[in-house]
Design a protein around this ligand. Structure first.
Ligand code: NAD
Length: 259
């Protein structure tokens, strides 16, 4: 059994770690990228948004490398992992954050809608985990953070394909947590609730649903990507959570209480 060493907690808790964040050009992924850099990590960001990704890399200098591509393409996952290993000498942390979906009633969701949710959610997560596995085995501090959603846990209306993809990611994470534990690789899931641009678009499209959701949050608001969600991802990514694997952690203001 692999026994990891422990780096001290604190403001530089990810010092020297090589990390990869999908969908890191905006939203929660960008907040995670910025916090990882602040805590001493270097980050490969993979995103479809070329301009935003390149701007992020310029902003952070040597600490961030941008790879332009679609996470549902296995070749992009292979290239991104190879970039992390070539530039940073290793890969310690994989954050599967990117995903997109279309919200409609189940009967109206097309095959294409389902493909979008599954390809960018479940299959992208699978692609990057498979691509990263050989490097993660070598890490000694390996952590995979996948993204679920309260929409899956609660059965949020209009989100059938998305909820299905997110719950599949939780299942995959539990299985790989068990299978990869002997290799010293932890796999956990975070379910965030944060006011990103994506959520702002949803709020605009479905204002009543958004108002109901915000009012129902025990802590009374949608979270802030940088202050409420990114620190939870950093915790799961680093050694402070080294005795946790296979878990789903809710960063959602208390909306869902898992038992
Ligand atoms: N924001 C929330 O409240 C909330 C709630 C539950 C779950 N989540 C989950 O958290 C994660 C991040 O959410 P967010 O709100 O920041 O999303 P977002 O839509 O704001 O950002 C997603 C990022 O991924 C990128 N991206 C999308 N499709 C891609 C693709 N095919 N290839 C490469 N990059 C791609 C986008 O360009 C963007 O930078 C997602 O997995 C989402 O499902 C978010």
């Amino acid at each position: 059994m692999h026994t990891p060493t422990h780096s001290p907690a604190g403001p530089r808790s990810l010092e020297g770690r090589s990390t990869l964040v999908t969908g890191g050009a905006s939203g929660i992924g960008a907040a995670v990228t910025a916090l990882f850099v602040e805590r001493g990590a270097r980050v490969v960001v993979v995103d479809l948004q070329q301009e935003a990704g390149e701007a992020l890399a310029r902003e952070h200098g040597d600490a961030v490398v941008f790879v332009h591509g679609d996470v549902s393409d296995r070749a992009v996952a292979d290239a991104a992992v190879a970039t992390a290993v070539a530039r940073f000498g290793a890969l310690d942390v994989l954050v599967n954050n990117a995903s997109v979906s279309r919200q409609k009633p189940f009967e109206e969701q097309t095959d294409d809608d389902w493909r979008l949710a599954m390809d960018t959610g479940l299959y992208a997560t699978r692609n990057f985990m498979l691509a990263a596995f050989p490097a993660l085995i070598e890490s000694g501090h390996a952590s995979v953070v996948n993204f679920g959603s309260g929409a899956g846990l609660n059965g949020q209306p209009n989100q059938a394909s998305y909820a299905a993809a997110k719950e599949a990611i939780r299942g995959l994470s539990r299985v790989t947590a068990n299978e990869w534990a002997p290799h010293g690789i932890r796999v956990n899931v975070v379910c965030p609730m944060a006011l990103t641009e994506g959520v702002a678009r949803w709020a605009e499209a479905r204002p009543e649903q958004y108002a109901r959701s915000a009012a129902a949050v025990p802590l009374g608001r949608f979270g802030d990507p940088a202050r409420d969600v990114a620190p939870v991802v950093a915790f799961l990514a680093g050694d402070d959570s080294r005795y946790m694997t296979g878990q789903t952690v809710m960063a959602d203001g208390g909306s869902v209480k898992l038992r």
